[in-house]
Design a protein around this ligand. Structure first.
Ligand SMILES: NC(=O)c1ccc[n+]([C@@H]2O[C@H](COP(=O)([O-])OP(=O)(O)OC[C@H]3O[C@@H](n4cnc5c(N)ncnc54)[C@H](OP(=O)(O)O)[C@@H]3O)[C@@H](O)[C@H]2O)c1
Length: 253
């Protein structure tokens, strides 16, 4: 297994908290001197805290946070501009990592038949599908790309938007892998994580069995610490033996 991911540029969405934050801290020591990390999220506080921690622990890493709402065209443009501005020496980098980790549950308080309005669906997809699609255009010419995303594709009662969005992303990334043998693509399902998203899952899901199931997991200590799952993802990236386009689940490893 390689010890490092080389001199890389890494765009990591949803880095202000939860899985993305843990992943940033575990990836940083695996990036060689001169590497650039671009954490993306909406909340300035979470990004500033992460950036300070990364700068003090890994001074050779260049960190440029981007505060952006990925559900908007303006937000996507901010990320694109940051990539263009901060990666001028792209030819000198060995690898580009695009980690599409940011995601949301959408309105899980309704069943399929109380379906959300078309505007709600479009807004959910703009963030959870379109923004991940747009990241593919970010990789500068001539730089080996390697996008990864975090997701979970099983159907859950009352999670119509979430499950549909994740399934779309899965297929989107399979097409990317098929079309581009030079790009390494991995869909990683991180397991049940003890994050804000899980808190919403156990309190807001319309289906009472779902609420109970997630509550039981929390109370019996079955939810994963983000760093445990993030470490497994980092190991997968270092080993680099996965089939491009594969979907790998934390619980299968
Ligand atoms: N938690 C689980 O059990 C679980 C299970 C399977 C898969 N996953 C997947 O793992 C990923 C991370 O989950 P998590 O549990 O860490 O979620 P989380 O705690 O809710 O964190 C979500 C991250 O996405 C960012 N984000 C949300 N809306 C955004 C927007 N419009 N624009 C930009 N950034 C936005 C948030 O930052 P800001 O609020 O600062 O923008 C935050 O950094 C998600 O894709 C999720 O679907 C999670």
């Amino acid at each position: 297994m390689a010890l490092s991911l080389g001199k890389a540029a890494c765009i990591l969405t949803g880095a202000s908290r939860g899985f993305g934050r843990s992943l940033a801290l575990l990836l940083a020591p695996r990036l060689e001197t001169g590497s650039v990390l671009i954490p993306v999220a909406r909340s300035q506080g979470g990004l500033a805290e992460l950036e300070a921690e990364l700068r003090s622990s890994f001074p050779s890493l260049k960190v440029h946070s981007v505060q952006a709402d990925l559900s908007t065209e303006d937000g996507l443009q901010l990320v694109l501009r940051a990539v263009q501005d901060k990666l001028p020496g792209a030819a000198d980098l060995e690898r580009l990592l695009v980690i599409n980790n940011a995601g949301s549950l959408g309105d899980i308080s309704k069943s399929f038949l109380d379906c959300p309005s078309p505007a709600e669906v479009n807004s959910y997809f703009a963030f959870n599908v379109t923004s991940a699609l747009c990241h593919h255009i970010l990789h500068p010419e001539g730089l080996p790309g390697a996008p990864w995303l975090v997701q979970d594709c099983r159907p859950f009662k009352s999670w119509t938007l979430y499950c549909t969005g994740k399934a779309s992303r899965d297929m989107m990334f399979q097409v990317l892998a098929l079309e581009n043998p030079g790009v390494r693509v991995l869909s990683y399902a991180p397991g049940h994580l003890d994050t804000e998203m899980q808190q919403l899952a156990r309190t807001k899901s319309a289906d009472p069995e779902m609420r109970e199931q997630f509550l039981r997991m929390k109370q019996s200590g079955q939810l994963l610490d983000c760093s445990v799952s993030a470490q497994k993802l980092v190991t997968l990236l270092l080993q680099d033996t996965f089939a491009s386009g594969a979907h790998i689940d934390f619980y299968e490893l």
